[in-house]
Design a protein around this ligand. Structure first.
Ligand code: GLC
Length: 729
């Protein structure tokens, strides 16, 4: 008998002994009392009226709750203890969008592992991560939590995160159940407004938004969470197509589904249902097993069963899904947490990993005059300016309920430690917050810059400016940061701009005023030392953008895998507004599918990132120009490090299917290799593609690979022009 068969047997046996009230109790997830344990909560647990608690992280309270559940309830069913362990627990790693910029699945898995160990040491056994919505709208605050705009990269990194959280055995100490969220299509919220409607066609859903969730399911993710979104008129928590047709029938998923916070009750706010009872009915029949924090299930399941709208078989199925996870977690063997078996939270090893992760997430967007790396021996005076230079909390980013700012090392602290002894450092915060509009301290900043060899400006967004419900219609640097940069630039002192933010920003006005830009996202506990290492050249930046940076907010959505349209923009067809003569006629001067006042390219493309060396790509080769259906294509190219520094390059593989039963993107990421090259070293980097890797969902929603013409590129970002062609025959 396999472990799964044993567990299913145990689930069935336990289910057979449960009363209807006890079954309904397993479907109910409540929010904790923040370390408090009221008599009411004790009684609720003793009565077996809840299946889990979220937002309780006091270990003694959790152990007492588990003791009551196991020793004092009739059947001794332990509790799920849920928490948003999104990018760290005590030790904080870069926000997921930043981790994605590392293009390093192994690193991401390690970060998730440490996060799980620290959370498990506090009694948490279930995290609401990975968040794998596709992030193509930087106005949306939750883009910070995504792993970017590309389905293939997101799916690859999602599997790494699931492996990290869950390990190879959920019952082992330090493993916690993961949760793929928010199922599905949430990233397509209208206008980047959180909780807004998402009008996504089934074909777009299947080709873009669902693949990362399928990857997570294939990786064995223990649970799914429904999104708040209204998907083509049916909110996810009442969407049977998503939860039964896709998740259960097509994917044969056997984990459990939890709603988002009160998202079942909100079905009545959306207007899908008229009241909580109808909402409960809709959600149960759609396939939501566990209700987070609203109480329509405990209040109405019995009535709905009496009315024949919900069956005991449905309830048994829902309860089984939840119990199966509890057995897989080993909670029936022990639900007590002995924190002494875990490494100390925030230990040096964890912090070193946080530094590595932060360093690999940093993307260098500009480096005019090779201003970076700074040469310690030539640096007599250095100005450090800006509201995010020395803030141990703001560098942590969104969703860090349990993050410990005392573990943080800030940019200023790290520069003080890392600069040469003879370098005099002047620090001016200049703005109270990233949103400040005061110029009161600008003069102080200008003077500090004027008297320095270089000015390092640490700007961007405070952590509160991204994350859930924190959407921005204007994604430029908040407050009067641009004015501060301009004021410092007027001194003529070279500027190195370090940006800490939770999303891509529109930086068009900033680029001319600064020499170098390091985009560090919200880098977590060890962001300071990671940034300092790159500033002084102790590390070479290797991060690549997992999301496109628009020139201006009006270009959104703009991303690498857009469709060609019937009138694509090319250097030949595109006309800028300035090309128009006075009194230009309406039907004049070319027309394309792009704005004529913004150009048709982004500020920085997907996959972009500079290094302290230059990589040259050449000689792309295929093992065949005609690929048999079912066959494998070998693609390779020569990559040379043309500079003086050894460095890591993330070599990327893109394809285009020129003609399809439905139109296909102009570029799709289909692989990447992390390649370390010594100065002057050249290497042939190879990829293999099976025809299955080129499959997509057609008009009939069948997953097919079609014969026809393809382009394939290899390069250091999605704008690469090193291209070859092949046919599938
Ligand atoms: C929130 C979020 C979800 C989170 C949950 C529990 O509203 O949408 O991502 O996991 O509530 O905190």
């Amino acid at each position: 008998m396999t472990n799964f068969e044993r567990i299913d047997k145990e689930v069935a046996e336990l289910l057979s002994r449960m009363t209807l009230e006890e079954k309904i109790g397993q479907l109910h997830l409540i929010s904790g009392e923040g370390g408090h344990l009221s008599d009411h909560l004790r009684h609720t647990v003793t009565e077996g009226k809840i299946g889990g608690i979220l937002n309780e992280v006091n270990l003694d309270t959790i152990n007492e709750l588990q003791r009551i559940a196991v020793n004092e309830s009739r059947l001794g069913i332990p509790l799920l203890i849920g928490r948003d362990v999104i990018h760290g627990f005590r030790t904080v790693f870069p926000i997921p969008l930043g981790q994605a910029a590392s293009w390093n699945p192994d690193m991401i898995e390690k970060c998730a592992r440490v996060s799980a160990e620290e959370a498990a040491a506090s009694g948490v056994n279930w995290t609401y991560a990975p968040m794998i919505d596709i992030g193509r709208d930087p106005r949306w605050g939750r883009v910070a939590e995504t792993m970017g705009e590309d389905p293939w990269l997101t799916g690859t990194l999602a599997q790494a995160m699931v492996r990290g959280f869950q390990g190879d055995d959920l019952s082992k100490p330090g493993s916690i159940a993961a949760c793929a969220k928010h199922f599905a299509g949430y990233g397509a919220s209208e206008a980047g407004r959180d909780y807004a409607a998402t009008n996504v066609s089934e074909n777009e859903l299947r080709n873009v938004h669902l693949p990362p969730f399928k990857a997570a399911a294939d990786a064995g993710v223990a649970s799914f969470m429904t999104s708040f979104g209204d998907i083509d008129g049916v909110p996810a928590s009442g969407n049977e197509f998503l939860l039964k047709q896709i998740l259960r029938r097509e994917w044969q998923y056997n984990g459990f589904v939890v709603s988002d916070w009160e998202s079942i009750r909100e079905l009545s706010v959306h207007g899908l249902t008229a009241n909580d009872k109808e909402a409960a009915c809709e959600a149960i029949n759609a396939g939501v097993d566990m209700e987070m924090t609203s109480d329509s299930y405990p209040n109405f399941i019995k009535e709905l069963m009496d009315e024949g709208k919900v069956t005991i078989e449905q309830i048994d199925y829902m309860v089984s899904n939840i119990l199966r996870c509890k057995f897989r977690l080993g909670l029936f063997d022990t639900a007590h947490t002995d924190t002494s078996i875990f490494p100390a939270s925030g230990n040096e090893q964890y912090l070193q990993l946080a530094k590595e992760a932060a360093a690999e997430s940093i993307v260098m967007l500009q480096n005019n005059h090779n201003r970076l790396p700074l040469n310690r021996s030539e640096l007599n005076k250095l100005a450090v300016i800006g509201p995010l230079s020395d803030d141990d909390y703001e560098q942590l980013g969104t969703w860090i309920f349990d993050g410990d700012p005392s573990l943080s090392q800030t940019v200023l602290q790290a520069i003080n430690q890392s600069a040469g002894e003879h370098t005099e450092i002047q620090y001016v915060r200049a703005m109270e917050t990233s949103r400040s509009r005061s110029t009161e301290h600008f003069e102080e900043a200008v003077e500090a810059a004027r008297s320095s060899d270089v000015a390092v400006l640490c700007m961007g967004e405070e952590s509160i400016l991204s994350g859930e419900a924190h959407c921005r219609a204007d994604i430029s640097l908040p407050g009067n940061q641009e004015d501060l940069i301009a004021a410092v630039a007027a001194t003529g002192t070279p500027i190195v701009l370090v940006i800490l933010a939770g999303r891509p920003l529109t930086l068009l006005n900033v680029l001319p005023n600064v020499d170098s830009i390091l985009f560090a996202w919200h880098p977590g506990s060890m962001g300071g030392p990671a940034i300092a290492d790159i500033l002084f050249g102790d590390r070479v930046p290797s991060g690549k953008l997992p999301v496109t940076f628009p020139k201006m907010v009006g270009q959104i959505p703009i991303y690498h895998s857009q469709k060609n349209t019937g009138r694509p923009a090319t250097p030949e067809t595109y006309r800028h507004i300035d090309d128009f003569e006075p009194r230009a006629h309406q039907v004049s001067l070319g027309n394309t599918s792009f704005h004529f006042d913004a150009g048709y390219t982004p500020l920085f493309p997907f996959g972009f990132g500079l290094s302290y060396t230059e990589f040259h790509y050449s000689e792309i080769q295929l093992n065949t120009a005609e690929l048999q259906m079912g066959g494998t294509l070998e693609i390779s190219a020569e990559v040379r490090n043309n500079g003086e520094r050894a460095a890591l390059e993330i070599v990327q593989l893109y394809i285009r299917d020129l003609v399809g039963n439905v139109t296909r993107p102009v570029k799709e990421l289909k692989g990447f290799e992390r390649v370390h090259l010594e100065a002057g070293e050249s290497r042939r980097v190879s990829f293999t593609l099976h025809t299955d890797d080129l499959a997509f969902f057609n008009r009939k929603m069948e997953k097919v690979t079609e014969a026809g013409d393809f382009h394939v590129w290899i390069g250091g970002n999605s704008d690469t022009e090193l291209r070859a062609e092949f046919k599938i025959v």
